[in-house]
Design a protein around this ligand. Sequence first.
Ligand code: GLU
Length: 494
Amino acid sequence: MTVRTRIAPSPTGDPHVGTAYIALFNLCFARQHKGQFILRIEDTDQARSTADSEKMIFDSLRWLGLSWDEGPDVGGDFGPYRQSERMDIYRQYVDQLVDDGHAFYCFATPAELDEMRREQMSRGETPKYDGRSLALSADEIESRLGAGEPYVIRMKIPEEGTCTFNDMLRGEIEIPWSQIDMQVLLKADGMPTYHLANVVDDHLMEITHVIRGEEWINSAPKHQLLYRYFGWTMPELCHMPLLRNPDKSKLSKRKNPTSINFYKAMGYLPAAVINYLGRMGWSMPNEEEKFSLTEMIDNFDINNVHLGGPVFDVEKLDWLNGCWIREDLSDQAFAQGMAEWAINEDRLAQFIPLIKERVEKFSDVAPLVSFLLSGLPELSPESFENKSLDTAQLQKILQFSVWALDEVQDWQRDKLYAALSALAEPMELKLKAFLAPLFVAVAGSSSAPPLFDSMVVLGPDMVRARVRHGLAVLGSPSKKQLKKLEKEYRQISA
Ligand code: GLU
């Protein structure tokens, strides 16, 4: 048997460090067994998937030195590797499940299902699809389909008993079928859900080992059942411990930047980031903390993955990156690394129009642009002190900006201006006042080159991280405040 593993990211948003972490373990497992590692793009959520995000996944994984044997961009014998290009395949398989009596049409409207859930909750039950369409006769289905009524297709789930499956790290896991919902397989718009597309593709792509995050454990019973319905062998399952914030909650961008692009923009070395991700939940047989990708592959044993939540701790990453810089970069490689990072002609070409008007000699340049070549600025609550705005207002501005900036797709000056300036008026603030705390968060001081141009140069990941950082320094709103702010934000941004 040839070992075949895969990473199956959805191209929505920024390339996540969790994707790189899971990719790394899949790659090591495949290489250790002289097998293949595949990249498949799960873009069935057409509303949220973007070509831009897909490209960032490719670029950021390549930057980290991870490479795949098959994928949308490199081809292979099992393509297409983008789910959006495989729609006919899923339809054929879901029809087969209906014909075999393993799946059924459901015509319940969203309003009807809401009502059903509300009633279940009022009875103190966990909301769950109640099987109301299971009893429809063939004739009735026929006539409703004929009348063009919208429908979804759901899978049948055993009424009793327990699902048992094996996890490579945890051994046998048991989940009672009563906890499993009759999962939608085909949505009303004709799109497959994750569960259907994922199982069909893993089978057709001959994936032997599914190594993924532990948030998918509860999906395993549905997948196991689908494999059984189709008469296919299920791949081995291995659920990796999730990366966590220092407070042990699931890694989230509110508490830690999660985009690989941010770590690139901060000037970390790819080898150190890989080393750091490798250390999350795994250690070398000799407990050595610093190791290269090749060393990790040579020593890899999935059984050495320890459960328990690995904490993503940026200080640890800083320390490791420092070791790599000191021990592995010659002065020449250091110079080259710096140039690739930001001190290059392309980058200078972005700065120059911003500063040319403001300097008299070259020696004036460095102080002016230092914030463009730095990480998160050193800030204290006093940095934000402002004659006309109190702390609550400052927090609100930064929080609204975080949300507004998260939504900006096309990181251009005009788009940024439009997104932020639209917030000032409904908040009854002059644009200048609104922008004051943003200036401090982004540039570290209130006197800097033009804000929006600087934001373009800094790029989305660094800007978003700085605004979040500014908010954290000022004091992040409490859960309750956040709820209130969110409501207000939705009103003014609608
Ligand atoms: N598309 C899923 C994700 O975004 C893949 C999960 C899996 O590996 O099965 O994480």
